[in-house]
Design a protein around this ligand. Structure first.
Ligand code: 13P
Length: 337
């Protein structure tokens, strides 16, 4: 294992003012996103959309890496440029989603465990050869009546740690993503407790599996009120609770923490990240790895102007810039105009 390569990649992913673009929606998820803008989901339309995003001029200024789905790593732009090469030329690290999705956890109604460890070593070796330098595995934890169970938290943490160890063996930086879902009417305190328990379990498992934390990026969900909560916490409260939780549960050696957007509005996700970065300097850089909060506007614009990439690319470049500023604690909502 080349530890210095892992550390260099991990640090590049969270370089100052940069974050990660998540465009790794599975075939089913991208079909749902396309349905919202009335686009037929075909291999060609997915490739056209993702090529449009990845060929955005100057994207590498605020985007350090992009997480792709298996299909995209093998695709080329309509004029024949392999997407991996397009990314490399922009200084954007290619990443790959490697889990096989969240499935019902046996004996635990309403809870899920992420699968995909079988044959993972061989898949990772192929992805590295194709140019990927980091990977992602997402676990989902649901807050509800009597859940999450410790069985669900531990099963997911164990799988994340086994995935992370395999990634490092292959030279890929593992992004470990234990997402506590925003769905539900729980309050900020409930989310805090579940997030803290999940992170503590994850780092215990990473330690057991001898994963090198300097070569890991944590993709965290923010500590936030449930989407159906009657009184939702404001930006300062979310930022403070998230930081307190992370400071309690995430070792300082971790290379960086990037957030998912998880259903937050575009500007809301930017404002939360900015507020945290204004609260001080921490052992780990705090940045973004947004999917929806980077793509929402670009997707709508692309669907409406498929013959002209520029408006969609401008929409993506704008959100990347806003979030790049938030990663430095320098975002100003007036810039949205
Ligand atoms: P969202 O930012 O849309 O939650 O997606 C991030 C992601 O990659 C989830 O795995």
């Amino acid at each position: 294992m080349d530890i210095s390569e892992l550390v260099t990649t991990a640090q590049a992913l969270v370089a100052p003012g940069k974050g990660i673009l998540a465009i790794d929606e599975s075939t089913g998820t991208i079909a749902k996103r396309f349905a919202t803008v009335n686009v037929e989901p075909t291999e060609q339309s997915r490739c056209h959309y993702r090529s449009t995003l990845l060929t955005t001029p100057g994207l590498g200024e605020h985007i350090s890496g992009a997480i792709l789905f298996d299909e995209t790593l093998r695709q080329a732009t309509p004029d024949g440029q392999p997407l991996v090469r397009v990314m490399q030329e922009q200084g954007i690290l290619p990443g790959i989603k490697v889990d096989k999705g969240a499935h019902e956890l046996a004996g635990h109604g309403g809870e899920k465990v992420t699968e995909g460890l079988d044959g993972l070593r061989e898949r990772l070796q192929e992805y590295y050869a194709l140019g990927a330098r980091f990977a992602k595995w997402r676990a989902v934890i649901t807050i509800g009546d009597g859940i999450p169970s410790s069985a669900c938290i531990e099963a997911n943490a164990h799988a994340l740690a086994r995935y992370a160890a395999l990634c490092q063996e292959t030279g890929l930086v593992p992004i470990v993503e234990p997402e506590v879902l925003m769905d539900g009417n729980h309050d900020l305190d409930d989310c805090f407790d579940v997030t803290e328990a999940t992170l503590r379990s994850l780092f215990a498992q990473l330690y057991d599996q001898d994963v090198i934390l300097e070569g890991v990026v944590l993709k965290a969900s923010m500590v936030i009120s449930g989407s159906d909560c009657d009184e939702r916490a404001d930006v300062e409260e979310v930022a403070q609770a998230t930081l307190t939780c992370l400071l309690n549960a995430v070792p300082a050696a971790v290379a960086g923490i990037v957030f998912l957007s998880g259903g937050q509005g575009d500007q809301e996700a930017t404002a939360h990240l900015d507020a945290m970065n204004r609260m001080g300097e921490f052992a780990w850089p705090l940045s973004f790895s947004y999917g929806r909060a980077l793509q929402q506007q670009a997707l709508k614009t692309w669907a409406a102007h498929q013959d002209n990439p520029e408006p969609a690319q401008q929409a993506l470049a704008h959100r990347a810039k806003m979030n790049g500023l938030a990663a430095l604690g320098e975002y100003d909502p007036a810039l949205e105009k």
